[in-house]
Write a protein that binds this ligand. Structure first.
Ligand SMILES: Cc1cc2nc3c(=O)[nH]c(=O)nc-3n(C[C@H](O)[C@H](O)[C@H](O)COP(=O)(O)OP(=O)(O)OC[C@H]3O[C@@H](n4cnc5c(N)ncnc54)[C@H](O)[C@@H]3O)c2cc1C
Length: 426
């Protein structure tokens, strides 16, 4: 729990002070809410600042049990998100940083590449758009000839064309998070587990201190509703057993609950509505057909995901997914045995992997994308694309707010951490 650990840490590090010129009284220099890949990366980055004393506050008994452990584990290339967006910038930078970190620290990863395949002229046009954009930002990309495609991936159908993204890869996200947490704690950071943030008081009267209250674990937490906006009252209930710590700087990296934290702090005019796009994955119990690379269908304009694709895990096992299903509750993680959904997924997969044995496909786990609207995953320039929201909030000293950190959040995590650091200190 937070209070006990905070007291221990403050006593132990009582001589450590973030600012060398101003005497601070807060328990911590930085509090990061949310121990997913992004919160972990941010906490680790901020802890490296000379004199920093960072606390990472996580409501579960372990880090990384929500969206960060329910994704495709792809290291994305950054080829879908358009010019002048944070998603493109942070994905391209984050990909490079992630490969370097994994290589240096023996975090399992594989630069296996990916193909995006087209079955007709319309899909080929979509691939040409992706190709031209990738070229324009210097991300490696190339069309593969039919002969090469046939030789390298004989089980894959790409009737109209195949685009190869050689810088795409996969990472073992659990080992990655384990590394981030270990590195953060070795540098002196504090991880406060089982500490659901229940209430936040912004700095009052120039005190420069955020007061962050946590409830006892398991107590009812505020669930941000979708799509109706939540009210201030829904999120600020304070229980008798709640305890608090203070910090000079607050980072909201609460993933699916980040809008709830936003709405705890900012006035109603700045409240945000969360949208949840659930994605189901499918396991495959046969060893045939097999591929050596990730296979994605051509992106569909306005679709909330990148299509039911084929990814590999570090053991070379195939999994399919995720599809897109809009849900109202961020806890709605149970696989949905909807027959129609299942049939559609099999059809989608068979379009690029015709030899698939549908009987060997099983419903597996689900993840939920934290979205800020029902926009598409690809930026087609039609105005329905929603970028990451990462802002230092005006009028709230030392508050960095991260909302809508959906894909490519895992890939971008190290670059997001650098970006948050720069927002605070550059
Ligand atoms: C289906 C799917 C597939 C994806 N595929 C990819 C991919 O292949 N590649 C890629 O780059 N990205 C992918 N993503 C995106 C990526 O998984 C996320 O962007 C990333 O994991 C977000 O990390 P996070 O730390 O922001 O959020 P989370 O992992 O959700 O972490 C937030 C943490 O905050 C904690 N928290 C929430 N509220 C509170 C509170 N009140 N008090 C304390 N703690 C709190 C939660 O318990 C949680 O641990 C995918 C996402 C989904 C859903």
């Amino acid at each position: 729990m937070l209070a006990r650990r905070a007291l221990t840490t403050c006593t132990r590090h009582s001589s450590r002070c973030f600012s060398s010129t101003v005497k601070r009284q807060a328990d911590f220099t930085h509090a990061v809410i949310g121990g997913g890949t992004v919160g972990l990366a941010i906490a680790r980055r901020l802890q490296r600042i000379d004199g920093a004393q960072v606390v990472l506050i996580e409501k579960h008994g372990m880090v990384g049990t929500e969206t960060s452990s329910r994704n495709s584990e792809a290291i994305h290339a950054g080829i879908y998100y358009g010019h002048d967006t944070l998603k493109t910038k942070l994905c391209v930078e984050g990909k490079k940083m992630m490969y370097e970190l994994c290589e240096k620290n023996r975090v399992p990863y594989m630069n296996c590449g990916k193909w995006v395949v087209a079955q007709d002229d319309e899909q080929l046009d979509a691939l040409k758009g992706v190709h031209d954009f990738a070229k324009s930002i210097d991300v490696p990309i190339r069309f593969i000839s039919k002969e090469e495609a046939q030789t390298r991936e004989p089980h894959v159908r790409a009737q109209a064309g195949a685009l190869e993204s050689p810088s795409t890869g996969i990472v073992d996200s659990h080992s990655y998070m384990q590394f981030l947490q270990g590195d953060f704690e070795e540098a002196g950071g504090t991880t406060a587990l089982a500490s659901p943030v229940s209430h936040i008081s912004p700095p009052a009267n120039g005190s420069g201190e955020w007061k962050i209250w946590t409830a006892s674990p398991g107590s009812e937490e505020p669930v941000p509703s979708s799509p109706s906006p939540q009210t201030h009252d829904q999120t600020t209930a304070q229980g008798e057993d709640d305890t608090f710590i203070t910090a000079e700087t607050l980072i909201n990296s609460a993933g699916l609950y980040a809008c709830g934290i936003n709405n705890m702090i900012l006035p109603p005019s700045r409240h945000r509505t969360p949208y949840y796009a659930k994605g189901s994955y499918f396991s495959y119990s046969k060893s045939h057909p097999k591929t050596n690379t990730l296979i994605y269908p051509a992106p569909i304009p306005g679709h909330g995901g990148l299509g039911t694709h084929l990814t590999l895990d570090m053991g070379g096992r195939i999994r399919f997914g995720p599809d897109v299903e809009w849900v109202d509750n961020p806890n709605d993680l149970a696989p949905n045995p909807d027959g129609e959904r299942f049939r559609t997924a099999i059809e989608d997969i068979k379009s690029y992997l015709p030899g698939l044995d549908g009987d060997a496909v099983m419903l597996d786990y689900c993840g939920i994308r934290p979205k800020l609207g029902k926009g598409g995953a690809q930026n087609t320039g039609k105005g329905d694309f929603i970028d990451f929201y990462i802002e230092k909030e005006e009028g709230y000293d030392g508050f960095v707010n991260l909302l809508g950190i959906e894909s490519p959040g895992l890939t971008s995590s190290l670059a997001i951490a650098e970006h948050v650091h720069d927002l605070l200190y550059r």
